[in-house]
Design a protein around this ligand. Structure first.
Ligand code: SF4
Length: 564
């Protein structure tokens, strides 16, 4: 064990508020692992909520582990120290359960790094009863866990707060009965929402799509997603506070879950159904509690501006002398009084998500937003004294043409015109930041069958937008790299065979190009293809409560709207 690493962790803990330390004696020990660095993991409200919720269970000790920062990574390797948890500094292999919370596909390679550094065999088949059970949940997993099948014992399909306590009760029972891991696996597979990949057999057409996906024995053909019926029963609020995170001066409170809008590219909307709002009464309690920790309060949710009591929620924050932050607002929900609240709450930037430049393409993706609404929102924001605007756009959407790309530029200029006019009147000018991401076809959305656009074509589109807007003062363009969108699509839509690519990429030190050349599997098959409606999709076994026919109908309607 490296003394230096232990000292660093102790320092980090000394700067935290909310750390929970429990004695291990006789309890079930679970290490909650986040497949990215501390800074990123500690910004994740779901991760924090689970940590707190699990530690409320008397018989459970829940500690945390993250991908080490670069400097620490070198020290771990130099000293051959096994990766350890934050709270007790015990190696990961000492825990009963290693539970990953995985929000984002591009973090999959980090999972293998964590396992390797924890001295836990990467492949499930290479582990035995002396190793921890390795399990995973989180949004990436309940969209499609298949590329990770070789590495995990269990996946949780659905919301962790609903599922994990039941799973842990089952684990404790099995432990007290002296059951082996294999016996426990059979028992836990009966819990609704628990998916055990080893209990399912997948066959493929040569180098092609899935031929059959069948349970071994009597296990269910489809795994039903679990979701929290009443989100007022759980308190999704910050419980850990540290200066080393994105939200270092803020307490976060979840306002609602899911979204009622149904944009056709948006995974969050389809898999977090139904849309659920927390009550004003419960939110007021959490706001009060949050403001005892920090004076700035962040309202979280994919559809915060769709909460019917949003104004009262904002007022509660201000009444309690707090300042306010909201991640993103629907342009058509913005009103003058909401801007007043946000301004009074210290907001400096408001994010809007037109997603597409033209109204035609917004209709295709079902982003039911008129340009008039956007321009009206920009005017209100500027007049209300909020200096900066962030605009989210997606490129490479189904049916997109060159004209749609030109419209991103055109719309930005029209927005800037209003922005400057109001700003000059008020003798104050801020910034417009465009944030552009390539479209990723996500499982369980109407666009799951659509291809990812060729990397070079995406690059050309980005270049065009950047060149056109280069000379525009007060406008800045930021974007994600198309090559990472390619990897994300591969991992989002992959089947079990993609696990081989992941493993090879791990052994190649993250060199994807080298990996693709070496491996006998064509990644373009998963990324660039428009998938046939008749194919069995790797994630078809997940029952999100939305029929494939409905999604197909939505996709076809989008394509026909694209021709209008
Ligand atoms: S409005 Fe936003 S969160 Fe809601 S469905 Fe559309 S993209 Fe998703």
């Amino acid at each position: 064990m490296s003394w230096k690493l232990i000292q660093r962790v102790k320092k980090r803990l000394s700067e935290e508020r909310g750390t929970i330390r429990k004695e291990w004696g006789g309890k079930t020990t679970l290490c909650l692992a986040f497949p990215n660095r501390y800074y990123t993991g500690m910004s994740n409200l779901g991760f924090q909520t689970l940590y707190h919720q699990l530690n409320q269970l008397q018989e459970i000790v829940c500690e945390r582990s993250f991908l080490p920062d670069k400097e620490d990574l070198l020290e771990y390797r130099k000293t051959d120290t096994p990766l350890f948890s934050l709270e007790s500094q015990r190696p990961l292999y000492d825990f009963d359960i290693l539970a990953f919370s995985i929000p984002f596909e591009n973090d999959y390679p980090n999972i293998l790094t964590i396992l390797e550094m924890g001295k836990i065999p990467l492949l499930r088949t290479a582990r035995n009863d002396s190793h921890p059970l390795v399990i995973a949940g989180g949004v990436a997993v309940f969209l499609n866990p298949e590329p990770l099948s070789d590495f995990f014992n269990f996946f949780f399909i659905g919301e962790g707060e609903e599922l994990l306590p039941e799973f842990l009760r089952c684990f404790e029972e099995a432990k007290s009965e002296g059951k082996t891991q294999l016996e426990f696996v059979e028992k836990a597979a009966a819990i609704e929402g628990v998916y055990v990949p080893q209990l399912y057999q997948v066959r493929y057409f040569d180098e092609g799509p899935i031929n059959s996906f069948t349970p071994k024995g009597k296990h269910p053909r489809r795994i039903k997603r679990r979701w929290v019926r009443d989100i007022n029963n759980i308190h999704t609020t910050s419980t850990l506070f540290t200066p080393h995170t994105q939200f270092n001066d803020m307490a976060l409170v979840e306002v609602n879950r899911g979204c009622p809008r149904g944009c056709r590219f948006c995974a969050g909307c389809f898999i977090y159904r139904p849309f659920r709002n927390r009550t004003l009464k419960d939110l007021r309690m959490d706001i009060e509690e949050g403001l005892t920790h920090e004076r700035r309060l962040g309202l979280m949710g994919s559809a915060v501006s769709d909460h019917p009591r949003l104004r009262e929620i904002c007022q509660s924050v201000l009444d309690s002398k707090g300042t306010l932050s909201i991640a993103s607002l629907r342009a058509d929900s913005i009103s003058e009084d909401l801007i007043t609240y946000l301004k009074a709450g210290g907001h400096k930037t408001i994010s809007l998500a037109p997603e597409a430049g033209s109204e035609r393409l917004r209709r295709v993706i079902k982003k039911d937003l008129q340009e008039m609404d956007l321009l009206r929102a920009v005017e209100m924001i500027s007049k209300g004294g909020i200096p900066n605007i962030r605009l989210y756009f997606i490129i490479g959407l189904p049916t997109e043409t060159a004209r749609d790309i030109d419209e991103i530029v055109g719309l930005t200029r029209r927005i800037k015109h209003i922005f400057l006019k109001v700003g000059r009147d008020q003798k104050r000018l801020g910034r417009i930041v465009l944030s552009i991401t390539p479209f990723i076809p996500k499982p369980s959305t109407p666009f799951q069958w659509a291809p990812y656009e060729e990397i070079n074509s995406l690059k050309r589109k980005l270049k065009l937008v950047k060149n056109e807007l280069r000379g525009e003062g007060n406008v800045q363009v930021t974007h994600n790299l198309p090559k990472w969108g390619y990897i994300q699509t591969l991992l989002s839509r992959g089947d079990r065979r993609v696990g081989r690519i992941l493993l090879a990429a791990h052994y190649n030190g993250g060199n994807w190009q080298k990996t693709f050349k070496e491996i006998n599997l064509n990644p373009d098959f998963y990324v660039y293809r428009e998938i046939d409606f008749d194919e069995i999709l790797p994630w078809d076994f997940i029952d999100h409560g939305i029929s494939k026919d409905y999604l197909r109908g939505e996709y076809l309607e989008a394509l026909s709207q694209g021709k209008e």
